[in-house]
Design a protein around this ligand. Structure first.
Ligand SMILES: Nc1ncnc2c1ncn2[C@@H]1O[C@H](COP(=O)(O)OP(=O)(O)OP(=O)(O)O)[C@@H](O)[C@H]1O
Ligand SMILES: [Mg+2]
Length: 371
């Protein structure tokens, strides 16, 4: 029988008196019937839905559902984005990219997988240092799956009113269960931060339990993404709920090269990308993007068609030694720090050229100890 999955789910949640989920599966059935051109049944089911007074709206047709708000502050509990694949490119190493592709095909085939009894809510958590592309990857995935991304707002979700956080979570999960979308819990560790405050420990336990309950009851059609900088702070039970766990780290040499091409675009032509990529060792994707955008902005303002490689190297130095350095006024410490970044590249001859001086001056300065 066609659409048996939706019908079974409607029956299941109907018997459990869960109107929100009944409406969610009814919406999915309507979407499928509409795609098949079955106008008569679509109309009948829509009337039924309207008559029930359900606030759940049909995904994919009509206006978008209104985002849920916090009961006290009336602030939105989430933001909604509709990312496109091209708008959020990601550069990943081979292994990471394969895992992401696996996840995407898991979601795309979720109906089939469920029919064979090996389905379940697709969930993925990314973790790693700031600026490594966790948020970008969530948007890229949403673009690839062509689904709206509902980004939870930790600041509003975590209410100062006791017990309200759990209520907010419930409201948000109900909202995403009722439509075809991706729920993105960015900076998931925000929930774990309550742990720092002894008085908040009781509340934290309640929030964790509530998060777990919501995760367990999630509509299998809802795709869940999460990101964290501090995976150790997460409750192990929450961590276990994610089927895909993907670490992100600063890019390796190949990825740095690809990022440079991506971020510099047409301005890459006159640059020695391999030298820059070597010098960008240890920096994050976010740093490379900032480097490129600053340099392009600079070129546009100076009405130049190309980027000056020398200036770029100085910017890269500043990022890596984490302080601004000016070639006109370098201390021996600055010079030693620069050389330590890459002694082969920043040899005496290169430093002398960069500072427009002699190698003898450079070596004297390198040996100078400050009092
Ligand atoms: N691997 C990557 N591929 C493509 N772009 C990247 C990558 N890493 C970082 N970026 C760029 O850097 C910017 C910042 O990345 P993003 O916000 O995704 O980092 P994050 O890991 O979420 O950081 P945080 O932990 O601070 O939230 C993005 O706009 C993106 O363009
Ligand atoms: Mg982020």
């Amino acid at each position: 029988m066609e659409h048996i999955r939706e019908i079974t789910k409607i029956a299941e949640w109907g018997l459990r008196k869960d109107a929100v989920r009944v409406a969610a599966y009814l919406n999915q059935l309507i979407d499928k019937l509409e795609a098949e051109g079955d106008k008569k049944d679509v109309l009948r089911l829509k009337e039924l839905l309207d008559a029930s007074g359900s606030t759940v709206q049909t995904s994919g047709i009509g206006s978008r559902p209104r985002l849920p708000v916090d009961g006290e502050s009336r602030l939105a509990l989430a933001d909604e984005e509709i990312p496109t694949e091209a708008g959020f490119p990601v550069v990943l190493d081979g292994g990471t990219s394969r895992r992401v592709e696996e996840f995407i095909s898991f979601v795309k085939n979720s109906d089939e997988l469920e029919a064979h009894g090996v389905g379940g809510s697709p969930s993925l958590i990314t973790y790693g240092p700031p600026g490594t592309g966790k948020t970008q990857l969530a948007r890229y995935i949403a673009g690839r799956l062509n689904m709206p991304l509902v980004v939870a707002r930790a600041d509003t979700l975590i209410s100062s009113y006791l017990g309200s956080t759990s209520k907010n979570l419930r409201t948000l999960f109900d909202h995403v269960s009722a439509r075809r979308c991706i729920l993105f819990l960015d900076e998931l560790d925000a929930f774990a931060k309550l742990r720092d405050d002894q008085q908040e420990l009781g509340e934290l336990k309640r929030v964790v339990v509530s998060l777990l309950q919501n995760l367990d009851n999630m509509n299998p059609q809802t795709v869940l993404l999460a990101a964290t900088n501090h995976e150790h702070l997460l409750d192990p039970a929450i961590w276990r709920r994610f089927t895909f766990k993907i670490p992100l780290s600063p890019p390796g040499p190949n990825e740095r090269d690809q990022m440079m091409r991506l971020f510099f675009g047409d301005y890459a032509t006159n640059l020695d990308l391999s030298a820059l990529s070597v010098l960008a060792e240890t920096v994050t994707g976010s740093d490379i993007k900032t480097l490129a955008q600053d340099a392009i902005r600079d070129a546009v303002i100076r009405k130049q068609k190309t980027i000056d490689q020398e200036r770029l190297i100085w910017r890269l130095i500043a990022i890596r030694i984490k302080r601004d350095v000016s070639p006109g006024d370098l201390t021996p410490e600055d010079l030693r720090a620069i050389q330590a970044l890459n002694p082969v590249f920043f040899n005496g001859k290169r430093l002398a050229e960069m500072l427009n001086t002699s190698t003898a001056t450079i070596s004297r300065k390198l040996k100078t100890r400050s009092e």
